[in-house]
Design a protein around this ligand. Structure first.
Ligand SMILES: [Zn+2]
Length: 123
């Protein structure tokens, strides 16, 4: 996928996720800890999402876009938990892992409704 197509995907999902009032900057390049990241200044409805297009495999681009944008949605809760954790590395890691779990679950949930038909229960 080209960066222009990725940008179109981000803008489309920015609206779908109710982030259309946010100022979201999109950057492409190396990402320190993975293939995508989001730095959200939630109190100002402002964020930067960054993607390493060389690392994202074909067919995974939409999941990365939805995932990184969902970090904007969950950032206020994460910031609250970070504040309660203070400088305790164990609590900060717990916050990080909990945030990734929630964001990843929401990403999969949203993709179920948008990418492929959901099979009805068999019972
Ligand atoms: Zn994440």
């Amino acid at each position: 996928m080209t960066p222009d197509a990725m940008t179109d995907l981000v803008r489309d999902w920015q609206t779908r996720l109710g982030l259309d009032t946010w100022a979201i900057t999109i950057e492409y390049g190396t990402v320190e800890d993975g293939d995508g990241e989001c730095e959200a200044e939630w109190e100002y409805n402002k964020a930067t999402v960054r993607f390493d297009m060389d690392q994202i495999e074909d067919g995974d681009h939409l999941a990365f876009v939805v995932h990184e944008l969902l970090h904007c949605v969950t950032r206020p809760l994460e910031a609250c938990a970070d504040g309660l954790a203070g400088k305790d590395p164990r609590l900060l890691e717990w916050t990080r892992q909990s945030t990734e779990k929630v964001v990843s679950d929401l990403e999969r949930l949203l993709l179920r409704f948008t990418v492929r038909p959901v099979s009805p229960p068999s019972h």
